[in-house]
Design a protein around this ligand. Structure first.
Ligand code: NAD
Length: 476
């Protein structure tokens, strides 16, 4: 695999060039800098056929062999983390150090996932029989990935799916396909042909995949609106689905926090990746006793940090990733201004490219759009509260339920609040944490199913129950 060669898809272990190309734009300049293949329905058919052909051989391998392949892939990615990172910054926008960080983290994640085991559950072991539940691969998996964490979130699907004995067709976002295409090339060395196929294309490719009868499962990460379409399409032939969707995560700041000690971390948890993080803090509820102090501290951080081209030294935060998202976030800002909301902004940003100043909104009404919608951009509403029961109710009053956080000087008190939050994950005095051994799931409209940990691995399997008699003859 070479980073200097044209971008190609991987179908059946070989290069595939698609039908025409799509332009890939660098969000720091707003200009195209590379081209990726555009797959059509025939390319998709070829990828699914290759995955189906490779399935019997791959699932029949001892799990140790599949583990070995994953460890090899992990090492190869880690060895090329800098090259992947540079490409990542060009296509996604994130500052280089953090881009390399995502690649290294993904390499770690694959290796860690390879240590998981598929259990055989014994539900009865009596004098007459033994009942064993095995976990068989679900089959051919479609992995559909968004643009905000294009590498790590692909790995969250690829590693467990492969370990469990499935084969895949991976589709990155049309905005960020390049690292995934190179990943497909890199993996050829470690996997039999057809086990992992990577195809890129335009908006039409996702719906073609979810409707394709050759898939047994769709593993999807993206917006709630698209997730609903995926589920509807998958329902036609009852494909299994895992949907990791949007969030509008609340963090609750209790009055006993040490503002100076926590401000930097709270800021980072809201604005990392220019706030294009599903589990970013998107509503910050601050007790009135510490509201002014924390607001001023956060505003000082916003004025200190630099928003700029991620490939340039000194850029702490990058651009928004794509033009539609940029226009959407600018629209939210314009609306907030028109409503007379108080915006506390950070330093000026470059004029060219999809840059937006880091923005705090000073205590807007709860019903304003900047509070109610997932902005997925650097606009953080700060919301004042005085009563704990009332703020928990406000935090939970959302169609989403992905993650949340509680910040307090008293851990027990914070845990008691965390237990009342209606989200799949709650952090105490921290944020943005995940591990390969910990299930990650959204409640309400933040998703269906689980990624990561043993429950995430089992989502790529189908239970198969064996009733085994203890005597050799059939019994009545
Ligand atoms: P998106 O839903 O627009 O796109 C996600 C993927 O789905 C892309 O690959 C896209 O090409 C594809 N797609 C688009 N329409 C499709 C269709 N009709 N059928 C099948 N596939 C289709 O999401 P996005 O804008 O790329 O990502 C941002 C969203 O993702 C945010 O809402 C964010 O919260 C969410 N997200 C969730 C998680 C999580 O783990 N819960 C993680 C990251 C991002």
């Amino acid at each position: 695999m070479d980073f200097d060669t044209p971008y190609v898809m991987t179908i059946d272990g070989r290069d595939a060039t698609g039908q025409g190309m799509i332009d890939i734009v660098n969000p720091a300049t707003g200009q195209p800098f590379a081209k990726a293949p555009r797959a059509d329905a025939a390319d998709l058919d070829a990828a699914v056929a290759a995955a189906r052909k490779a399935l019997p051989g791959w699932r029949a391998l001892p799990i140790e062999e599949r583990r070995k392949a994953l460890v090899g892939i992990s090492g190869a990615i880690a060895a090329r983390a800098e090259e992947f990172g540079r490409l990542f910054t060009q296509e996604q926008g994130r500052p280089l150090a953090m881009a390399i960080g995502e690649i290294k983290h993904a390499a770690y994640w694959i290796k860690a996932t390879s240590k998981l085991d598929l259990p055989v559950d014994v539900t009865e072991d009596s004098d007459t029989r033994r009942i064993e539940v095995h976990h068989e691969p679900v089959g051919v998996v479609a992995a559909i990935v968004p643009w905000n964490f294009p590498f790590l979130l692909a790995i969250w699907k690829i590693a467990p799916a492969l370990l469990a004995g499935n084969t895949l067709v991976v589709k990155p976002s049309p905005f960020t396909p390049l690292c995934s295409l190179k990943l497909g090339e890199l993996m050829r060395e470690f996997l039999p042909a057809g086990v992992l196929n990577v195809i890129s294309g335009g908006d039409e490719l996702g719906p073609l995949m979810t409707a394709h009868p050759g898939f047994n499962k769709i593993s999807f990460t993206g917006s709630t609106a698209t997730g609903k379409k995926v589920m509807e399409s998958a329902a036609r032939d009852l494909k299994r689905v895992t949907l990791e969707l949007g969030g509008n995560d609340a963090a609750i700041i209790l009055p006993d926090v040490d503002v100076d000690a926590v401000a930097e971390q709270i800021f980072f948890g809201a604005f990392y990746n220019s706030a294009q993080v599903c589990i970013a803090t998107k509503r910050l509820y601050i007790h009135e006793d510490v509201y002014d102090a924390l607001r001023d501290r956060l505003h000082a951080i916003a004025r200190r940090v630099t928003v700029g081209d991620g490939s340039q030294q000194g850029s702490d935060y990058g651009p928004l990733q794509n033009a539609p998202q940029y226009r959407r976030v600018l629209g939210l800002l314009e609306e907030a201004k028109a409503q007379g909301l108080t915006l506390l902004q950070g330093r000026d940003v470059p004029e060219q490219g999809y840059f937006v100043p880091l923005t705090l909104v000073d205590n807007p009404p709860e019903e304003s759009r900047v509070v109610q919608e997932e902005a997925f951009g650097p606009i953080l509403p700060l919301l004042k509260y005085s009563d704990l029961d009332e703020v928990i109710q406000r935090a939970n009053d959302s169609e989403y339920g992905l993650a949340g956080a509680v910040w307090s000087g008293d851990i027990d008190k914070a845990v008691a609040v965390a237990r009342r939050m209606e989200t799949g994950t709650v952090w105490i005095n921290q944020n943005l944490q995940n591990t390969p051994f910990t299930p990650f799931a959204g409640v309400k409209q933040s998703g269906i199913g689980v990624e990561n940990g043993l429950p995430g691995l089992l989502e790529f399997t189908q239970p198969k129950t064996l009733f085994i008699p203890k005597v050799s003859q059939a019994v009545e």
